[in-house]
Write a protein that binds this ligand. Structure first.
Ligand SMILES: O=C(O)CCC(=O)C(=O)O
Ligand SMILES: [Fe+2]
Length: 392
């Protein structure tokens, strides 16, 4: 417990560092969340004290004014903060969990392939979430994207809101939740939302452009491979999905969760399910992602060496509820910033989602219809209702 005490001192010291440049970097590559969650009592006392004094030095060196790259959450959403309740997650006991881990290289081994496919189907049915290794996306490519992502978010806030991101769409930069009417609907995060259709425009020579192009090709290949396996598990083939979810229908979202001074009051990303077939998520080492399983919230232990896969609403409907689109959220963190990248596998608006199983749990609907309903619910009620609107 002594170490935890020291860590909390480190945490207080870290609070003084305006840029909050991940204390994880100063605690031997562990984020504070990990230290706390995993109770890494094996860390030597002297080592931790050394880190604390390093943090102190840093705090003194960083007496610069507050960074101008973070969005003005407190000022903009002031009316929501006045007199509102906390989101009340502090009273919940949230356990840490490891997602089922699947080594995709087993798919290429004649002896292992069938079991590997079964593991994917089981994870999609029981968890709606799993993590993968040997996924074919080069580590170097993911690292280059992360570098570019950090640079993009480090631009002054004004520049992010006023400048078009290269030749991507005008409104690709988003922050907070403009539709929020209460604190529980506000997300303390910023994002670049990039439709991959814009990849078809003539490529500029910018690095981010090239990285996104390369990554989206690799992600599409990976998503197709997963979809083939998951469709096979339903006795169907993946052709329908691959034909309708072409790369130019998909999205990439670059997320940043700035440190939040009032973490008990606001989420980093509000609880939601994804409105797609499948999401591929690449997170950093900072804890934050939580998912609901059996009515309880679990914190996903971050593993930057894996990619996280989660089933979206459309797959749940198409599989007649066999695969689960599970509610998830990101907790805000008072000290650490967090980055993630999500690839959303979406079909065209005209694509009709219909289960082949009988009796069907959901009526058939087009993706365009689903999207419109989600937007309408968010506008009118402040939150998404989702698939229950489409019960048969
Ligand atoms: O940042 C994360 O870990 C989750 C992001 C997410 O759920 C989303 O963008 O839909
Ligand atoms: Fe999500």
């Amino acid at each position: 417990m002594k170490v935890l005490g020291i860590v909390s001192e480190a945490r207080d010291v870290n609070q003084c560092i305006p840029a909050t440049q991940s204390i994880s970097k100063h605690i031997k590559g562990y984020s504070f969340g990990e230290l706390k969650e995993a109770k890494l009592v094996s860390l030597g006392r002297m080592e931790v004290l050394g880190i604390v004094s390093e943090a102190r030095e840093l705090s003194q060196a960083h007496t610069a004014p507050v960074m101008d790259h973070s969005p003005p959450f407190l000022a903009t959403y002031k009316s929501l903060f006045d007199g509102q309740q906390a989101i009340d997650t502090d009273t919940e006991v949230v356990e840490c969990c490891d997602l089922p881990l699947i080594d995709l290289s087993r798919l290429n081994d004649v002896l292992e392939a069938a079991q590997c496919k079964q593991d994917i189907v089981t994870a999609a049915s029981e968890w709606g979430f799993f993590q993968i290794v040997s996924h074919g996306i080069p580590d170097g490519l993911l690292a280059r994207l992360r570098e570019e992502q950090v640079q993009m978010f480090r631009q002054p806030f004004k520049q992010k809101t006023s400048e078009k991101l290269l030749d991507f769409d005008d409104d690709s930069y988003r922050w907070g939740t403009p539709t929020a009417t209460s604190l529980k609907h506000l997300s303390w995060s910023e994002a670049y939302h990039i439709p991959l259709s814009s990849s078809n425009k003539p490529a500029t020579s910018s690095t981010i452009r090239c990285v996104i192009e390369e990554l989206s090709l690799a992600m599409t290949q990976l998503a197709n491979q997963l979809v083939d396996t998951l469709a096979e598990g339903l006795g169907r083939d993946g052709t329908y999905m691959k034909e309708n979810c072409t790369r130019n229908m998909c999205y990439l979202r670059l997320n940043r969760y700035p440190p939040c001074p009032i973490p008990a009051q606001v989420f980093g990303l509000v609880p939601h399910t994804d409105s797609d077939f499948l999401t591929i998520l690449c997170q950093d080492e900072v804890i934050g992602l939580q998912l609901k399983k059996g009515g309880r919230w679990f914190a996903v232990r971050p593993n930057p060496n894996t990619l996280v896969i989660n089933i979206g609403d459309l797959f749940q409907a198409w599989s007649n509820g066999l695969y689960k689109s599970v509610e998830h959220r990101v907790m805000s963190n008072p000290h650490l910033e967090r980055f993630s990248v999500a690839y959303f596998m979406c079909p065209s608006n005209e694509t009709v989602i219909e289960s082949s199983a009988q009796p069907a749990t959901y009526r058939k609907f087009s993706f365009g219809e689903y999207r419109q309903q989600v937007q309408q619910d968010v506008r009118r009620m402040g939150h998404k209702v989702g698939l229950t609107r489409f019960l048969a």
